[in-house]
Design a protein around this ligand. Structure first.
Ligand code: FES
Length: 313
């Protein structure tokens, strides 16, 4: 981690002012925050000042921003010196931020530092032609393709002393460069190409679930469609039946009279099978019972007892 100090006085401009367009942009950023919270816009304004001032933040810009946001200049200075995204020294047209954190260090970042020192010079110095400057920074989040460097807004990965030296030469002479991995790999895939998930069947769905899942899904959809059709037909039939019944009821009772009564509605009364046998009619009504008693022959009555002779008494 480099020491974060303002550039020496001899390179500091005497004043700084936003351009009209940037002033307008700054006002829009400030307006995003509630009254009394304008200081929240300090980072966007520092970023815009750096962009306007050839990639670094001079002391005059810090003071201008402090006045605009009604902040103490020291508060703005604290922010500018804390975040490494703000350059406090002049930078080259191509500003190289070389990652020196552990994964990149283990993959050869030390050798890349020597290339920078050899081609550009010490950190935070600009080449005489103004084209290049460099700085060692902490992890830039591309460790999987270590070692790497950021040049302005692009990442260059899988660097070696040879391809890095060639890259610096291309940048210096304005030749086109290819950001990203500098070896034959796409994105962050393993060197030499992917080793897993290579089976095409993984991507056409044929290995999902057991058996022929596509046929199974087709069958399930067909069964669901048939069930829905059967349900709709049953509901239509029930509705038609209900409408017919309602229409019949509306037509009046005469129509009901005209209809012959079904025989089954009046079951036949049971008849006695034998005159000698007690009729079941006797059990139905009192009158029928008395008729049955009358019909019973007299012999059924017990014989009268003869009067006893007086002598026996
Ligand atoms: S360690 Fe270098 S990018 Fe993470």
């Amino acid at each position: 981690m480099s020491v974060r100090r303002l550039a020496p006085d001899q390179v500091q401009p005497t004043s700084f002012a936003f351009t009209a367009a940037n002033e307008n942009w700054a006002d829009q950023q400030i307006a995003k925050y509630p009254e009394g919270r304008q200081a929240s816009a300090v980072i966007p304004l520092l970023w815009k000042a750096q962009e306007q001032h050839d990639g670094w933040v001079p002391r005059a810009a810090i003071e201008t921003i402090a006045r605009k946001l009604a902040m103490a200049p020291m508060r703005v200075m604290e922010i500018a010196t804390f975040y490494t995204m703000f350059n406090l020294q002049p930078v080259g047209e191509h500003f190289i931020q070389l990652c020196g954190t552990t994964p990149c260090a283990l993959r050869g970042a030390e050798a890349l530092k020597k290339v920078c020192e050899d081609v550009i010079g010490p950190q935070s110095t600009v080449t005489a032609d103004g084209k290049l400057s460099w700085l060692e920074v902490e992890c830039l989040g591309a460790c999987c393709n270590a070692p790497m460097a950021q040049v302005n807004f692009d990442y260059y990965e899988d660097l070696t002393p040879e391809n890095f030296r060639a890259l610096l030469d291309d940048l210096r002479h304005g030749r086109p460069t290819k950001p990203g991995p500098q070896v034959e790999r796409s994105g962050s895939e393993p060197l030499g190409g992917g080793e897993t998930l290579k089976d095409p069947a993984l991507y056409d769905g044929t290995v999902i679930g057991a058996g022929d899942w596509q046929a199974r899904i087709t069958e399930q959809r067909k069964a669901a469609a048939e069930a829905a059709a059967a349900k709709a037909a049953a509901e239509a039939a029930a509705k038609a039946e209900a409408e017919a019944a309602a229409a019949a009821q509306k037509a009046g009772p005469t129509d009901v009279k005209a209809a012959p009564a079904p025989e089954a509605a009046t079951p036949a009364r049971p008849q006695p099978s034998d005159a000698q046998q007690p009729s079941s009619r006797a059990q139905d009504t009192p009158s029928a019972a008395s008729d049955a008693i009358k019909d019973t022959p007299a012999k059924a009555a017990p014989p009268k007892r003869a009067a006893k002779p007086k002598s026996e008494e």
